[in-house]
Every structure is written in structure tokens, then in C-alpha cells.
Design a protein around this ligand. Structure first.
Ligand code: FPP
Length: 248
């Protein structure tokens, strides 16, 4: 089925997920299959990012969160880390005008203080340049680790208790969620993971509590707009219960 037919199908087939989060996995294997270095796979992964951002906006998704670089990824060989950082900078240079033109507002989630100053400046310039975009919010998770995000939230609340501006009984799920990077976003309705791995990998542990999970064997560089629309179609066929029993 063509991508425009698929798009038509999901537009009429049910609710469009407001927030889609993606664990982009499989760049290394994609490169290995072609006897090329892992960084070749990451470059191809950048092309998939471009396509999927556009497709998410076309589908009417409000928020797209992409896991671009985890805290654990700092432990990869230095040459691969540098290549990934260079790729992020290249992404900013290549895509900034296009993202702004398409109404995509970019945000960064993660420990951006760990980035090299040049990469950080590039990413911040992208955030500034796209501020106000109305069509899609794109969260790029960079140097992101969900446990750290949660610990930082707990620490901030503890500090407020210490300085007397909060009493422990006032801490509830809503207040806690407001301390996270995603404070102003709805929780992801749909999590997609490519390359067939059945893991969450320290990604949005709090926010994914009720998300539908779609795992596909497709390696990230091969992931296209058709795959995104297919995942949304799959989502629309599911019955979301949020732990309740639905009346039949
Ligand atoms: C996982 O594949 C992918 C990453 C660690 C990096 C993701 C980066 C990109 C898709 C490109 C740049 C991103 C942006 C936002 C421009 P892997 O290396 O773990 O693959 P493997 O499991 O097959 O080894």
C-alpha cells in the first residue's frame, strides 16, 4: 500500500497517538550487514530521522520523542561518540531551516551539560531557531537516562521540602511528572523500538507507564514513513484499557 493510502487509512481509522516515542536501534547491525563501519549506519540513521519527523507531522502527531543518545552511549569507543556528536551537529546545519519551515519545534531532553561546548551550542541554536513551531514538537533525547531524570526530580522536590515551600503530602503523580523533562507533554501513547530488541533501555520509565509498545524487526536506517504509519495503524487496532476493564 502506498504511503498516501496508509496516511488516509490512519486518518480515518481511529485516534492518532498524540505522542510517539522511538528507540532508534540497529544502525550498527545495518552497517555490519554491508561490511561498513558503524558510523555509516548512524549516517543512514540520520536520513531515517528526517523522513520520520516529516511523516509524524503529516500524520498529525503532536509530540515525537527520539532516543538519539543515551547516557550509557558515552561508554562507546571515543571515535564512535565523536562521530555521533558530529552527526548531531551536521543534522542541525542541514535541517534547521527545513524544520523551522515545517513548523517543528525542537526540544532537548537529557544531561546536555555533558555535551562538548560546540555540540551543545549547535543543539541550543536549533532549539532557539525552531521555537514557536506549531505543527510538531520534536524532543531529541541526548545524553538521556530515565533513572537520572527521576532521581533529579526527587532531589528537586526534597530541596523544596527542605526550604519549606512544599510539604511531603503535597507530592503526587502530577507534581512529580512536572519535574521531568517532559513536564509539558502528554505521556507517549505509542513507543516504537526498531531492530527487534524487547527492552526499554532506561528510556522514559515514568512516562511509558501506559504506552502501547510496538517492536519491529526493521533496523532503524530502513525505517520509513510507511513503517511509522503501519505502527500507528497497529496502535489504532489495540484496545487501550489503562488497567481497567472496558464494558462490552
Ligand atoms: C542505535 O543503534 C542508535 C544510536 C545509538 C544512535 C542513534 C542516532 C541516529 C539515528 C543518528 C543521529 C540522530 C539524530 C537525531 C540526527 P546501535 O548503534 O546501537 O545499533 P546496533 O544495536 O545494531 O549496534
Amino acid at each position: 500500500m502506498s504511503s498516501s493510502d496508509l496516511l488516509q487509512q490512519i486518518r480515518t481509522g481511529g485516534e492518532i497517538p498524540r505522542h510517539v516515542a522511538i528507540i532508534m536501534d540497529g544502525n550498527g547491525r545495518w552497517a555490519k550487514q554491508r561490511s561498513r563501519p558503524r558510523t555509516f549506519g548512524h549516517r543512514a540513521g540520520m536520513r531515517a530521522v528526517r523522513e520520520v519527523v516529516e511523516a509524524a507531522a503529516d500524520a498529525g502527531v503532536e509530540v515525537l520523542t527520539l532516543y538519539a543518545f543515551s547516557q550509557e552511549n558515552w561508554g562507546r569507543p571515543p571515535a564512535e561518540v565523536s562521530a555521533l556528536m558530529a552527526l548531531l551537529e551536521l543534522y542541525v546545519r542541514r535541517e534547521r531551516e527545513d524544520l523551522r519551515g515545517k513548523g517543528v519545534e525542537v526540544h532537548m531532553i537529557g544531561e546536555v551539560g555533558r555535551l562538548a561546548p560546540r555540540t551543545r551550542r549547535a543543539m541550543e541554536s536549533l532549539v532557539d531557531h525552531t521555537a514557536g513551531g506549531q505543527r510538531l514538537r520534536l524532543n531529541l533525547a541526548i545524553s538521556y537516562g530515565s533513572r537520572t531524570e527521576i532521581v533529579n526530580a526527587a532531589r528537586r522536590l526534597a530541596e523544596r521540602v527542605l526550604d519549606g515551600t512544599l510539604v511531603p503530602g503535597e507530592i503526587d503523580e502530577e507534581l512529580f511528572g512536572q519535574q521531568l523533562y517532559t513536564a509539558s507533554d502528554p505521556d507517549p501513547d505509542l513507543l516504537i523500538r526498531t531492530s527487534g530488541e524487547m527492552r526499554i533501555s532506561n528510556f522514559m520509565l515514568w512516562q511509558l507507564a501506559y504506552s502501547e509498545i510496538h517492536v519491529t524487526p526493521v533496523l532503524w536506517p530502513d525505517f520509513t514513513r510507511e513503517h511509522l504509519f503501519g505502527a500507528i495503524r497497529d496502535f489504532q487496532r489495540r484496545e487501550r484499557r489503562f488497567g481497567r476493564v472496558l464494558a462490552s
